[in-house]
Design a protein around this ligand. Structure first.
Ligand code: SF4
Length: 361
């Protein structure tokens, strides 16, 4: 998309002036360390700023540089990430750090083209690090920027349509003034977060309303961007056991690849048609761990939503009856005392059950 030079200059000037006056005081904005910017960008994918801030501090305190992250056991990284969700982000971050330490002498690659070659760093993250840390002229289109551009240029294309993503990146590129990628990208994201919000954008306070086609021509700019029709997520009932043996509880570790990879959990699984939750739990533990248990009673039930499905997680207090665990899929298992159980990283829904359990003990 070709834009008039005058339009581009005036737009950037308005946007950047607003940004310098209004930007939030965020911890990753106080550093030019590409490693820290990388960590923040990965955390901010799929997670709100307020939730990220304490995790960012904790993560940087524990792993202040590439080498400390690369050398830490994955279990430690997952423990610090515990509760932030989308755990593949933590695994990719760590494996990419290992590669950079091994192949780049622990120095972050300094260009987009080098960054993108590191397994674990995708196109969005490479563009974000290259532009924010190194001021390389690369546009970054996250959800906020996508929304701003859709409204600004009145783009009425469905997000799933072929070429839509490229069109947004090209538009962002055409708006970007040379040599100002770091501030410009952050300003676009900030405008989307603070002013051009999903519902009820604050158009009257918007520094770029003069340039905005949605504001100039639509009654309600918030109808853009066009949204994908929401699909109904499938729902499953899952039964898990707090299985006791001599004052200790059985936990197992999920395989490193796949959903919640590398995290620890209480054994259990999905309910099949025609079985009770108690039957489901006994069957799952028999099939998955090769042990016999006695289900004693329900403990806590909580709903939980993943990106592609929903579950109701039913937990039960159980007693071990016989057998040494021989897991089918889990890569590790342990009998742990309540005192030591918090050393292990659990997925969010299991963690809620664990916290409730520790409170009752
Ligand atoms: Fe968004 Fe309104 Fe600004 Fe347009 S004028 S960019 S719709 S806040």
């Amino acid at each position: 998309m070709k834009l008039e030079k005058k339009f581009k200059t005036a737009f950037a000037e308005k946007l950047l002036t607003w940004y310098h006056k209004n930007k939030r005081d965020l911890p990753w904005r106080k550093t030019s360390d590409p490693y820290k910017i990388w960590v923040s960008e990965v955390m901010l994918q799929q997670t709100q700023v307020d939730q990220v801030i304490p995790y960012y501090h904790k993560f940087i305190e524990k792993f202040p540089d590439l080498r400390s992250l690369a050398e830490a056991p994955l279990s430690q990284v997952l423990k610090v990430w515990e509760g932030l969700g989308y755990y593949a982000r933590a695994r990719n971050l760590k494996s990419a750090a290992e590669k950079i330490v091994a192949e780049h002498n622990a120095v972050m690659p300094a260009t987009h083209d080098e960054l993108i070659k590191v397994p674990g760093i995708g196109p969005y993250t490479a563009a974000a690090i290259a532009s924010i840390a190194y001021n390389e002229d690369y546009p970054v289109v996250d959800g906020n920027v996508y929304r701003v551009i859709a409204r600004l240029m009145r783009i009425e294309e469905a997000p799933g349509k072929k070429g839509t993503k490229t069109r947004f990146v090209q538009t962002a590129r055409s708006l970007m003034p040379e040599g100002k990628a770091s501030d410009f990208n952050q300003a676009m994201m900030e405008l989307g977060a603070l002013v051009c919000t999903p519902n009820r954008p604050k158009c009257r306070l918007c520094p770029v309303s003069f340039f905005c086609q949605a504001y100039q021509t639509l009654d309600d700019p918030s109808v853009l961007p066009i949204k994908e029709p929401t699909k109904q997520k499938p729902h499953y009932n899952v039964a898990i056991g707090i299985i006791w043996k001599g004052g200790k509880i059985l936990i197992d570790q999920r395989p490193e690849e796949g959903l919640l990879g590398g995290l620890w959990e209480f054994p259990g699984g999905k309910q099949e048609p025609g079985e009770t939750l108690e039957e489901c739990l006994e069957r799952e533990v028999r099939e998955e761990m090769d042990i016999q248990i006695r289900v004693q009673g329900p403990f806590l039930t909580i709903p939980h939503t993943y990106s592609h499905f929903k579950i109701t997680l039913h937990s039960f207090q159980c007693q071990h009856v016989e057998g040494e665990p021989r897991p089918k899929k889990a890569i590790n298992w342990k009998w742990v005392s309540p005192r030591e159980i918090n050393r292990y990283a659990f997925p969010q829904a299991n963690k809620k059950i664990l916290d409730a359990l520790l409170e009752t003990l």
